[in-house]
Ligand binder design. Structure first.
Ligand code: GAL
Length: 328
């Protein structure tokens, strides 16, 4: 008898453990709960923190109603693709209803799509744009929600071209710039770098690159690189372009430390429109930034994911616009 009781207890524990441990699913669990697995490339990223918090809030507070509840599980890829792939495998094993994926490496999209297709779990990529052919591996069940990075780069260049001296403080006829890049594997970094310079050329100006290095979207790296560039090139530097605001915050510190002043002898632009940077733009301590609309992107991603769960066919792309942020 004792043996039976202990066996029953063990069984109960196992059942209890599995039901707590698994992500849960409407496929075999609570019919009113939709399980959403969200893989983020790295929690420690200013912009993606705002994005993921809004995504979870929107699903769980705004979209959940009496009939249907959305439950979001967020995982931190810590900038490591192998780790993220494991996390995605777990989501698949736990039969989430839909996967929202901010890849560590965009080049891993095909592997993720193949895995999801085999498990019949639709996948919505966000923030890091995969190659088109990867989205086409499972048409209608795979999509990308994001903003066109070319637009943000163009806006950065236009902000500089629209300044009174058209980005040329020392009057030498060229816009001598420093480029602090994000992760170069990422199209956001590639296009912002390319299109900011192209917008200067399109405005009839002559850009001259003094310095270009990767800062991986990180504030501390942005500061270090801006400091190096200012030490090396001193007063020659007219403009510091940063592929994002976190790095621009770092560059702003380096600019003050070098006794330079934004709007008086140097320009500084970023992308994202973090709250702190919007305030700096108002105060004139940053020349401009570009709103990377995490709220609209999060809402669109959630709505697209729900369409997929409901069995609707997805378009391959859903775009959200960037918006220029400058002093009025
Ligand atoms: C960009 C954003 C960066 C960083 C990056 C991560 O769109 O501007 O700040 O979050 O995504 O992939």
């Amino acid at each position: 008898m004792k043996k039976w009781i202990s066996m029953l207890l063990t069984l109960g524990m196992i059942v209890g453990l599995t039901s707590c441990g698994r992500t849960g699913s409407s496929k075999d669990g609570d019919p009113n709960t939709v399980e959403v697995g969200v893989a983020i490339y790295k929690f420690d990223d200013n912009f993606m923190t705002l994005y993921r918090e809004e995504l979870q809030r929107y699903f769980e507070e705004d979209l959940s109603q009496d009939g249907v509840r959305y439950h979001v599980t967020l995982v931190d890829g810590k900038g490591d693709q192998a780790e993220q792939t494991n996390q995605i495998d777990n989501f698949i094993a736990n039969q989430v209803d839909v996967l929202i994926c901010n890849l560590v490496q965009a080049s891993s999209a095909s592997t993720v799509v193949e895995k999801c297709r085999a498990a019949n779990i639709p996948v919505v990529f966000i923030n890091r744009e995969p190659a088109q052919e990867d989205l086409e591996l499972w048409p209608g069940r795979t999509a990308y929600v994001g903003a066109d990075a070319r637009q943000s780069g163009t806006f950065q260049g236009e902000i500089i071209a629209d300044t009174p001296n058209q980005g040329d403080w020392n009057g030498n006829g060229t816009v001598d710039y420093v480029m602090i890049m994000g992760d170069p594997e990422n199209v956001d970094a590639q296009y912002r770098t390319e299109y900011s310079v192209k917008a200067l050329e399109d405005a009839g100006l002559t850009p001259r690159k003094l310095f270009e290095q990767r800062g991986d979207w990180d504030q501390a790296k942005g500061q270090e690189l801006a400091q190096n560039a200012l030490t090396q090139f001193g007063d020659q530097v007219d403009v510091i372009f940063c592929n994002n605001d976190a790095m621009a915050l770092g560059a702003a510190q380096a600019i003050s430390a070098a006794d330079r002043t934004v709007g008086r002898d140097i320009y500084l632009v970023g992308v994202d429109a973090l709250e702190e940077c919007q305030k700096m733009v108002q105060a004139g301590t940053m020349t401009g930034t570009v709103l990377n609309d995490h709220v609209s992107q999060a809402h669109t991603a959630a709505e697209v994911a729900i369409r997929a769960v409901n069995g609707e066919d997805l378009e391959p792309y859903y775009w959200v616009d960037y918006v220029k942020v400058v002093q009025p």
